[in-house]
Every structure is written in C-alpha cells, then in structure tokens.
Design a protein around this ligand. Structure first.
Ligand code: NAD
Ligand code: G3P
Length: 332
C-alpha cells in the first residue's frame, strides 16, 4: 500500500488527504496544533472542513518525523510564504526517494521563486521527484466528494503517474503533465485575477465585465508562463483556464471573496482582519509582478491589483486605469 505524509491540516491539506485515503493510500498528516490533530484522529476537522466526516485511513501527529517516516509521497500544504521556514525544519525527516508534492499556489516574496524551486533549494529534492498538483479544486467541494479533475505535473512522467495513481478516486480524476512551470504559474496567477474579479463583483458589475477580466487575466497568465518556459497548452487546461474559472466564479474562493470585500469599499487591512484563511494572491501579487517585470511581460491587471493591495488605489481607480489604456491587438 502507498503511504503519504501530508504536512498541513488546513482546508486543502485535509481535503486532499481524504482524496488520497479514498484512493486507497494510507495517510499520515502533520499539524501544528495538538487539539486539531486529536480532532482529525477522531475523524473530523471542524476548523477547516466543518461537518465533514473524514474517511478511515487518516492518522495525524504533531511530530514531523513520525509523519514522514517511510512515506512514498510527501505532500506540502502550508501557505506559500511559510514553506521555506517550515521545510528548513522538515527536510531532514523526508525519505530520500519520496515524491514531494506541492499543493501550494503562490510565488515566494523576495526571491520570486515558485514553490517547486523552494522545495528543490531548501529540501535538496531533485526535479524528478518534485510534483505539482493543481486544478479547479475548491477544497469545500472536494471534501463533499463532488467530482473534479486536476493536473499532476512532474518533469519525470513516471513520478507523475505514481502520484496520480495514489490520488485517483471515484470523484477525483488526475491527469498527468510534465509542465511544472505552467501549472505553478497558472495556479499562482489565477489567485490575483480572482482578486480583480471579486472587486468587480463587489462593485456590482455583471458577467460581461467579469468574463472580460477572466479572459484578459488568462492572457496575462499565459504571457508570463510562456516567458518562464511553460507550455502555452497548459493554460488552456485544468491548471490554467479550469482553475481560473472555478476560482473567479465561486463564493468558496478566499481570493475572490477578499476582492468582493475590497469592491464593497473595505480597506485592505479591514479585509485582512476578517479573512481567517490563506488568500495567496494578496501576498503573491507582488512577487508575480516582480517576476513579470524581470521578464519584461505586460501584466496590467496584476499591476492594478498590486496597487490596490499596496498603494491604496481604489477599485474604481482600477477600472478607470484599465479602460483608459491605449487600444491594442487582442493577441499581442
Ligand atoms: N483551499 C483550497 O480550496 C485550495 C485548493 C487548491 C490549492 N490550495 C492551496 O493550498 C495551499 C494551502 O491552502 P489551504 O486552503 O489548505 O490553507 P488554509 O489556510 O486552509 O490552511 C493552511 C494550513 O497551514 C497552517 N499554517 C499556517 N501558517 C503556518 C506556518 N507558519 N507554519 C506551519 N503551518 C502553518 C495552518 O495552521 C493550516 O493548517 C495554499 O497555497 C492554497 O493556495 C488551496
Ligand atoms: O480559495 P482560493 O481562492 O485559495 O482558491 C482555492 C483553489 O485554489 C481553487 O482551485
């Protein structure tokens, strides 16, 4: 039987653990808080997935060595900006031949590194063992076992196949890819676009406005991803347009909800105060903008979101800025 160690007991770490367990994989989760670990061992995670009964076959511990011991697959599901610090403490516990899976959708502030790059650098993990799982996978829906598809990407296709087998259940359908860069950029940038779409929603705009933002957001994502070496086809797939549409449409999305509150006129600090969980785009908009500038990629929506988050620009000013730009060819 395949054994997976899942680090992170938040919404997605827990829902993905359930997917693994429902696929016949034995799961050991690592969590920080003993009381939450006890609750998971009793079959639920009320803080992050209220009302959900977890499947058999999931055990939790606060000891990283115990979680990692003998694991064939190690899954990392903590907020992106905390990965480096956490992995520094966990790296020596990770089995040398385990596949290391990132569920995270962010870009590191300061270094502009993708999560797979942080895993390689801090964990000393070779690229053939680093896997990214990304797609339209809102944790709350997956925990209810609503059908969804996803992408399991690794430069080594055999490793992607191994991880896909371990998370292939009656309601979760993984597709394999070798484009790690494209999947990570798709996952990180859609959070920033969801902030913009949320703002439009909060300002009372309709579907034309939101579809325009989603589509032009996808153009920015694709331009940046391709400049970084991603495959253009990835952005037309589950980790691209699939995840973008799910996140920008769903009230379950933390990023979209954050944007809605901004669109209602709340200040960034006020929204942060009422946001309990990770809205990755709020932090990653800066590192993604920096990446785009380093690669000379035009990303007007990302620029405007970063200006709202960091410079106090209002959503109304964003609308004016985006619409007053010079006209251009759609595909340039
Ligand atoms: N929730 C979803 O629907 C979903 C789906 C796909 C991908 N993701 C991505 O997965 C990643 C994790 O998201 P999530 O939804 O599980 O987040 P979450 O906010 O629900 O949970 C984060 C977890 O990390 C822990 N944590 C927070 N700060 C920490 C720190 N400094 N050190 C160690 N642990 C810490 C929290 O206690 C919690 O267990 C994010 O990058 C997110 O973008 C989320
Ligand atoms: O809740 P969000 O905004 O972090 O989005 C969740 C997932 O990434 C959707 O696939």
């Amino acid at each position: 039987m395949t054994t997976a160690a899942v680090f992170g007991t938040g919404s997605w770490g827990t829902a993905f653990s359930a997917v693994l367990a429902d696929s016949g994989t034995s799961v050991r989760m690592w969590g920080r808080r003993p009381e939450l670990v006890d609750q998971i061992n009793a079959g639920s995670n009320e803080d992050y997935l209220p009302g959900i009964r977890l499947p058999e076959g999931i055990r939790a511990t606060t000891d990283p060595a115990e979680a990692a011991e003998g694991a064939d697959i190690v899954v990392l599901a903590v907020p992106s900006q905390t990965l480096r610090h956490n992995l520094e403490r966990w790296a020596h516990h990770l089995p040398r031949d385990a596949a290391v899976v990132s569920l995270m959708k962010g870009v590191e502030l300061g270094t502009t590194k993708r999560m797979s790059e942080v895993i390689a650098e801090v964990g000393g993990v070779e690229s053939e063992r680093i896997v990214v799982v990304s797609g339209p996978n809102l944790a709350g829906e997956i925990a209810l076992k609503q059908p969804a598809a996803s992408v399991v990407a690794c430069t080594d296709h055999a490793t992607a196949e191994r991880v896909a087998d371990a998370c292939w259940s009656t309601y979760f359908r993984p597709y394999t890819l070798t484009d790690v860069v494209g999947c990570e950029i798709g996952g990180a940038v859609k959070n920033v676009v969801a902030l913009a779409v949320g703002m439009a929603e909060g300002m009372g705009m309709g579907d034309n406005s939101k579809a325009s933002l989603i589509t032009r957001g996808l153009a920015e994502t694709t331009r940046l991803g391709v400049a970084l070496g991603g495959d253009p086809a990835t952005f037309a797939g589950l980790a691209g347009v699939g995840d973008l549409v799910a996140t920008c449409s769903s009230p379950l999305s933390r990023n979209r909800t954050f944007g809605v509150n901004l669109g209602h006129g709340m200040a960034v600090k006020e929204v942060e105060a009422v946001t309990k969980q990770t809205a990755e785009g709020v932090k990653s908009c800066d590192s993604i903008l920096q990446l785009a500038r380093e690669h000379d990629v035009y990303v007007p929506i990302i620029e405007q979101v970063a200006a709202v988050v960091h410079e106090g620009r209002t959503p109304q000013q964003v609308v004016e800025s985006l619409l007053s730009r010079a006209r251009k060819h759609e595909l340039e």
